[in-house]
Design a protein around this ligand. Structure first.
Ligand code: ADP
Ligand code: 5GP
Length: 199
């Protein structure tokens, strides 16, 4: 499994924040982060999307190395132990984490790098890199959020319940982040994210 890109000599994660190009996109599962992210990347192919590692099983249509690096728990724990993750968290029974080296190299090469991550990881990044731009995506309502999770038809009843429980906890933390955007009308939300990133 190849998680990283070529290492630049002397590259450290501490150089990331000074470049001011690290962007966190967070918000509850099902709010539309992935869909917004894909649309944003289509409009701005110059952005770098950080592909995370996860112990979750691939959903239908997901490919290793594209949506995620799908790894075993043991492999994930090895990445953590080796210090290869910029942040990581457990979410709804699985581990998720951001491979460090690829992010550092992309930021050092002058790219804006977007991390699409859940609350605990977003907090870790904010604590380590206060100059990262953090964007919290809110649903128009909890019932609409549940509708979107169900509409995706990719989670079991148990997983939906876990995600909804967690969503309420996450939404309470929205104010911790630099910018809050409600994903009601998709185009409006996308334009707001674009404006936040490109000013
Ligand atoms: P997340 O990545 O936050 O878990 P997804 O991007 O998978 O969420 O979106 C969950 C579902 O909500 C998808 O079926 C997506 O098409 C739908 N969705 C996203 N944005 C909107 C929107 N503004 N209005 C209605 N449905 C949306
Ligand atoms: P899903 O299983 O729906 O793809 O993702 C579940 C949650 O994990 C989402 O909120 C997503 O943003 C988050 N997530 C994805 N990758 C990472 C990561 O690398 N780190 C953290 N902390 N969360 C992640």
């Amino acid at each position: 499994m190849q998680l990283t890109t070529t290492k630049k000599s002397g590259a450290t994660t501490q150089e990331c924040p000074d470049m001011g190009k690290l962007i966190i996109l967070t918000g509850p599962s099902g709010v539309g982060k992935g869909t917004l992210m894909r649309a944003l990347l289509q409009r701005h192919p110059e952005l770098h999307y950080s592909v995370s590692a996860t112990t979750r099983s691939p959903r239908q249509g997901e490919t290793n190395g594209k949506e995620y690096y799908f790894v075993s728990r043991r492999e994930f724990e090895q990445l953590v132990a080796a210090g290869e993750l910029l942040e990581w968290a457990e979410f709804a029974g699985n581990y998720y984490g951001t491979p460090k080296e690829a992010v550092v190299n992309q930021v050092l090469s002058g790219k804006r790098v977007v991390l699409e991550i859940e609350l605990k990881g977003a907090r870790q990044i904010r604590a380590s890199y206060p100059s990262a731009l953090s964007i919290f995506i809110l649903p128009p309502s909890l019932s609409e959020l549940e509708k979107r999770i169900r509409g995706r038809a990719q989670d079991s009843e148990e997983a939906i319940a876990r995600r909804m429980h967690r969503a309420q906890e996450e939404i309470r933390a929205a104010d911790e982040f630099d910018i809050q955007i409600v994903n009601d009308d998709f185009e409006t939300a996308l334009n707001s994210i674009e404006a936040a990133i490109f000013g």
